[in-house]
Design a protein around this ligand. Sequence first.
Ligand code: SF4
Length: 234
Amino acid sequence: MSTTVLPVTTAASAGGADTLAINEIFYSIQGESTFAGQPCIFVRLTGCDLRCTYCDTEYAFYEGTRRSFDEIIAEVARHPCRLVEITGGEPLLQKRVHPLMARLCDLGYTVLIETSGAHDIGPVDSRVHRIMDLKTPGSGECARNRLANLDLLGPRDEVKFVIGSAEDYDWAADQVRAGIPGWADRVNAILFSPVFGKMTPLELATRVLADGLPHVRMQLQMHKLIWEPNQRGV
Ligand code: SF4
């Protein structure tokens, strides 16, 4: 499949009714969330309106091809796996992502969506597990957190903090404390993840152990430990 560079407006909003701008579809080990370690098919959508300082998928900002739902589902079905993650970029920028997720759920797949948290998660099919970032100050995109999403979180959902400094850690811990009682008690997991190459796992582990915050689960990006950290399609 050849890859074209799509203008971001095309990637995010144009195209036929049952098509999406797709950066890549691949089969790998899920590296994050409570699903970490499971084989998973990743559908990466083109386009993102944020520019996080630590972003490791900048190639998804513009590159991709427009593909029909039938093509996407046929490629997903080639793999011996029933777990699918919709990711990006920012997958919620393309509104047709919602009927695609509904079709995958109808077909019996367990569907995850990983989102920046900057857009309304309300329209996501209730069968989908939403893994939503709360952007820390070090991301440079903290002001984009759509805080109204916190009220929408439920027991299927997971909230992820990507932490690159002591300031980020303290900010994340404050958010969790402020979310009890409330969203922090309702969600399935609160994930604390170090920025790869910036905060060591030991430093984050030391802080998590010292604080003993309820519901917090430290995670490492498993795929970056298995394969080369910059390798694509894993
Ligand atoms: S939201 Fe995700 S894809 Fe977009 S810039 Fe941030 S890390 Fe990269």
